[in-house]
Design a protein around this ligand. Structure first.
Ligand code: AMP
Ligand code: MG
Length: 323
């Protein structure tokens, strides 16, 4: 392994990271959701390196991150007023919007689709970096393909080694779950991925209806059945009664289990969904490091953020392969 490429985020390191991006390099950086692996969106060669470093298949498009709404004009073919309404309410924030792209957005970024996914992160470090780079930054999560997304700089380092030219360390991410993805198509909105912003919240704040895609063509590419997985067997349970193997690790949602499992973690002793979401991936990384082998995890209450948490648990627990 080459020398450590993690730099604590401050004015000087963010400037250095922006200079690397401008020269066509690839930088991992924190956002409020998870760490991203970024390259300048209009540099297809740099974007190609993201796929190489992550071992990500080319059919899986990248999310483009912006620092100011005016940067949308570089990416969007047109900006429907309903899309603008959602962006105005939720940006900066953990909501990604998908809409028709401008032809100039490179195909490698959008996996050849005529749409592009865009968000403005709610994280000062990320915003400063994008601003100094002077252009939108394409950045998927900074994990190896199908593994747990990183919520600390060290998680990026453990998975991607010295693949990125630099890793900016902004500490543990605040939300710990990926963004919610909503697609605009022919006047309607569809949720493609549950995430850090509950769909009800979008509906409540905008008065717009967000549909569940019935049509499989609308599904997000890259939303594979097996995803977000630690290197361990993950088994989703309702409660500890379903967990027989005491040699395993047990992640409870709220209450400590009675049984003596080898390792026990509590997502939120207060039963707070935000806290649980922020801990989920961090616990997966930690238990993987401690070589847990098998992890039981209790599902969250199926409301609000709990839906996104349960989606990640389901995918982490899935067998490999298939969509
Ligand atoms: P992430 O690694 O969390 O940044 O994931 C990016 C995800 O965004 C992809 O796996 C896709 O599911 C979704 N995505 C990106 N671009 C598009 C697009 N143009 N249309 C639909 N989904 C997209
Ligand atoms: Mg990802």
């Amino acid at each position: 392994m080459k020398k450590n490429n993690i730099f604590r985020a401050n004015g000087a390191s963010i400037r250095k990271a922006a200079a690397i991006l401008k020269k066509g390099g690839v930088v991992a950086f924190p956002t409020e959701t998870v760490y991203g692996l970024g390259a300048c969106v209009f540099n297809p060669k740099a974007a190609a390196r993201i796929f190489e470093i992550k071992k990500r298949p080319y059919f899986d498009p990248l999310i483009v991150h912006i620092a100011q709404k005016k940067q949308l004009s570089l990416l969007a073919a047109e900006l429907p007023s309903k899309v603008k309404k959602i962006a105005d309410k939720f940006w900066p924030g953990s909501l990604t919007l998908v809409f028709e792209k401008k032809k100039s957005v490179p195909d490698i970024v959008t996996a050849g689709l005529n749409t592009v996914a865009v968000r403005m992160p709610d994280c000062k470090i990320a915003l400063k970096l994008i601003e100094l780079a002077g252009q939108p930054i394409a950045a998927p999560s900074a994990n190896s393909f199908s593994r747990t997304s990183p919520v600390r700089a060290q998680h990026v380092r453990n998975q991607l080694k010295d693949g990125p030219d630099m890793i900016l360390d902004g500490g543990k991410t605040r939300k710990g779950l990926e963004s919610t993805i909503v697609k605009f198509e022919k006047g309607k909105f569809y949720v493609l991925r549950q995430g850090a912003v509950p769909v009800e919240e979008i509906e409540k704040n905008t008065g717009l209806k967000i549909l569940k895609p019935a049509d499989s063509k609308i599904q997000a590419p890259g939303m594979l059945k097996k995803h977000y997985a630690p290197k361990a067997t993950v088994i989703a349970v309702k409660n500890e009664k379903e967990a027989k193997d005491l040699n395993a690790a047990y992640i409870a949602f709220k209450d400590r289990p009675q049984k003596k499992f080898k390792m026990v973690k509590i997502l939120s002793s207060k039963g707070c969904l935000e806290e649980a979401a922020a801990n989920l991936f961090d616990f997966f990384h930690d238990l993987e490091k401690k070589k847990a082998g098998k992890i039981y995890i209790e599902k969250a209450p199926a409301r609000g953020l709990g839906l996104a948490i349960n989606d990640r648990i389901k995918r982490a627990a899935a067998e490999a392969g298939g969509e």
